[in-house]
Design a protein around this ligand. Sequence first.
Ligand code: UDP
Length: 238
Amino acid sequence: MAEKGKQFYEGKAKKLFTVVGSDDLVIQEFKDDATAFNALKKGSWAHKGEVNCAMSSALFKMLEASGIHTHFVEQLSPTDMLVKKLEIVPLEVIVRNIAAGSFCKRYGAEEGKEFKQPTFEFSYKDDALGDPLINDSHALALELATEDEIDHIRHTALKINDILRAFFRKRGILLVDFKLEFGRHKGEILLGDEISPDTCRFWDAETRKKLDKDRFRQDLGGVEEAYAEMLRRVNETV
Ligand code: UDP
């Protein structure tokens, strides 16, 4: 089994460790800490790290089986995931099926409006700038990615949306929107980061109850229970 080496990075929700004897692999450890609104709001709740690690592992495995190339190697412990080391493309890749969050704020759209087709956007991953919305030509001008990489990321993100949407629909969950990150590994673009209630909006299909980080962002209560419920749904055999 991969041996955990030194911590070399700590983000808001995860820590990254080297793997003893390997330059190609890293271990991401999922924390119980959460932030929202560009870290203006901070919190923490029990089992968040475990839920996000288990759910991300299950979804990465499922996506790999559907032909998506990801950084996932294996889950090492309840909170540790062995992944391929990536040079992260500094773009947050956001796909939306239903209006919520910053889409509503930006355009005055009503929360819950279902789109005829998914939307796609990039944010420039830069905390100091507040992760601003960015278009392709600006991303190219800043040399954040090449034209081919941008095309590949867009195509892959929309394919992932189709796969995830169908997966969650079968489990009585609406996939409202989500954020992905991609990175380069040995000349290939791989899906990285995590897929969890921290990075996706999930609504119960019947009741439209929010089962994601919006419960923390909006002080709705029951955040720990919502995360546990989402893991239960992902693990359901349908
Ligand atoms: N998201 C994320 N990290 C971010 C920003 C957004 O994981 O730094 C996710 C968020 O959880 C949601 C989707 O991306 O599922 C779209 O978020 P939105 O742009 O609406 O921003 P927010 O309302 O979260 O500020």
